[in-house]
Design a protein around this ligand. Structure first.
Ligand code: TRP
Length: 341
């Protein structure tokens, strides 16, 4: 029996993982596998609440798997799987629907953001956080490492656990948010979080040329207009990115030369671009290597799903028993009721 605290986290297969994913999520996930018992889930069932095509979805699930493994997430040390390969996620979602109010779901910030302007809103968007609660509680996770944008969903998951426990008996722990460690990476606009929907990303698997074409467009210190204006590295997003890819002595040099107008932004970006390319070269190689062996990757996912399913079944048997559902519960229940006459 594993004595470690349990972590659950999920990531949507939205295509083309970027530096924000790599620095904020993948590296963090990779680091956690020794300290915690980790369940990492590619949440395709969440992804289908938004427009998609089936081929695109499958490709994205596969590509994300490659990127996760290539970034150092060791599938031998954690349970890495795809949400739809474990049907209990869907099952528990339905059961949790009775432990959450429609009003609470309608008040979720992310629901409001995603549904405004749409002509018709599919019910999946509304129930999205119920599925997320099911993800986490199915494994009775202690901790969920997520960014600020998911805090509200986590709070809702705790509410669902509380409500269900109050009605059917204590069973689900209330999962806590695990903050820190993960880096918040701004996009090339220097304003919002790096995100595919904002079109401000640097794709993590881009080759040197594509990297340069993206990084070249990054917004730097807005007060620095001409090359011989002194800049302020501490408000510059390019300098912030150097933190992750450039050794500290070089960074110190960049800092001074920027402040004294002895280094132009283009050169500074060029250094960054080179360093990002170098840093991610082994990851790109690993992705290429894995891509050439799809069977091996699918085997890893099959194995992860098998392990996840075992745990999910344990939870569902308790849940069904407490809620009076399922064949086993019914036969035992009826036998008892009959005996009582
Ligand atoms: N909603 C999360 C996101 O968009 C993804 C997610 C789904 C998740 N299920 C989860 C995150 C469970 C943590 C735990 O980032």
């Amino acid at each position: 029996m594993d004595q470690r605290k349990r972590v659950f986290s999920g990531i949507q297969p939205t295509g083309d993982a970027h530096l924000g994913n790599y620095l904020g999520v993948f590296q963090r996930w990779a680091q956690m596998v020794d300290e915690y018992e980790c369940y990492y889930c590619i949440v395709d069932l969440h992804a289908i609440t938004q427009d998609y095509t089936r081929d695109q979805l499958m490709q994205r699930v596969f590509d994300l798997t490659l990127s996760l493994i290539a970034s150092g997430i060791d599938p031998e040390k954690c349970t890495l799987f795809v949400q739809s390969h474990v049907p209990q996620h869907t099952e528990l979602t339905w059961l949790f629907n009775i432990a959450v109010g429609v009003g609470d779901l309608q008040r979720m910030t992310q629901f409001k953001e995603k549904s405004t302007g749409l002509e018709s809103v599919n019910a999946g968007l509304l129930n999205y956080p119920v599925l997320q609660a099911a993800d986490i509680l199915l494994y009775r996770a202690d901790f969920v490492p997520v960014g600020n944008d998911q805090r509200q969903h986590l709070e809702l998951s705790r509410g669902i656990a509380r409500k269900w426990n109050a009605r059917f008996g204590d069973f689900f722990p209330e999962p806590e948010t695990l903050t820190g460690a993960g880096s918040r990476v701004l996009g090339l606009d220097g304003v919002s979080k790096m995100s595919k929907s904002k079109d401000n990303t640097v794709p993590m698997l881009a080759g040197p040329e594509e990297l340069w074409s993206r990084i070249r467009t990054a917004v730097t210190d807005p007060a620095r207009v001409r090359k011989n204006d002194p800049g302020n590295p501490h408000v510059c997003n390019v300098f912030a990115l150097h933190e992750f890819f450039t050794q500290s002595s070089v960074r110190a040099d960049i800092e001074i030369r920027c402040q004294t107008a002895n280094l132009g932004c283009v050169d500074c970006k060029q250094t960054l671009s080179d360093n990002v390319a170098e840093h991610l070269e082994p990851v790109r190689e690993k992705v290429a290597e894995l891509r050439a062996k799809p069977d091996q990757v699918l085997e890893i996912l099959a194995d992860g799903a098998t392990r996840a399913r075992e745990e999910a079944e344990r939870t569902m048997s308790v849940v069904c028993e407490r809620m009076g559902l399922g064949r086993k519960t019914l036969s035992e229940g009826i036998r008892k009721l009959t005996a009582q006459g």
